[in-house]
Design a binder for this molecule. Sequence first.
Ligand code: GDP
Length: 395
Amino acid sequence: MVVTIVVVCAAFVLFVGLGVYGVVLRPRRRAREGAGRSPARGPVPEAVAGKPPGSPASAVGVKPAGGSAGTVGPASAVGPAGAPELEAEPLPVLERPRFRDRLGKARSALAGSLAGLRGRDRLDGQAWDELEEALILADVGVGTTGALLQALRDKAREPNGLAGPEQLVNALAEELVARLEGDRELHLSGDGTTVWLFVGVNGVGKTTTIGKVAMRERAEGRQVVLAAGDTFRAAAVDQLEVWAQRVGAGFVRGNEGGDPGAVVFDAVQHASARGIPLVLADTAGRLHTKVNLMEELKKVKRVAGRPPGSVQEVLLVIDATTGQNGLVQARQFADAVEVTGVVLTKLDGTAKGGIVVAIASELGIPIKLVGLGEGPEDLVPFDAREFVEALVSPS
Ligand code: GDP
């Protein structure tokens, strides 16, 4: 009898103990761990510039979905039930750098030559030659330089035209601004899931750009899904995954070497099912298989545009330090897919800022964003007037 009572009491104590742990203590511990992992609440990206450190693949559980792609939500939200709770809190808005502070190399090249021109006392043949040389050296390109000079000569011939070299430089600045103005907006579709495709050759800064754009969108309170469409570069996929974790974005990856179209398609489905309005899709950039690459891009774009997907932007990422080569790349991509805008990276590292003018005027594609450094805050909307002033003003 006594033994039975002791056993019953022990069982009761054990039962109550387990209940308290399961109902109160365990969920609290989980919540604490979850908050610690949350990418949107933690300190945002001290190391997001460039190749992020660490081994992201092991940090996030990847759940294979049906088909070729696997999907995960933001790292903190991947749960066994499979429905990620997206981080809805906006990220903090980062202060953007000024063109003037970052275009040191390009500025000293062009503003330096133009300072010499301003110092001349007459607008003679030599002054015009000096201007031509300055523009060619700044990588404005022969065609665009010719067109600019023609417009300025026409202006000089007008009654009350250009009185001297100072006025010539001012008129040049106005011509440049006029050629660089354009639609800089990144468009969202009214309904369905907007897709922004990022295209460009390897090494230009495409993956980093997608991460930075995701961060900007998250700062505006918009939820996004990143699609790792460059299935041939495991490092790029991992890099994108780290960005997704850090900014609290959804993430969709495929099998290595798998169909990029399937990844983007799955990303659209993933976003649509969760009411996420925007998918940022990486694409391959292997130049050595140029014909295949362009065909693949066309296919990715077609697939991404299947309802509920709607491709609103095809953003060509170009490395400004490659100068006129960037223009050649831009032509090839523009021929294959309808490029809606250019993201010009590494403008902080080039003396040839004129490439911006060459791209905008020869291809008629607006420059929408520019990279002024490696930091997450260094991708900024292109501002034609601020850019030109930074490039040509004497001090
Ligand atoms: P991807 O191969 O095109 O995906 O290129 P990544 O995104 O991996 O970038 C290549 C390198 O360029 C990285 O070290 C980036 O930090 C660097 N990078 C990207 N954008 C900029 C920029 O605007 N300025 C500078 N200085 N470096 C940049």
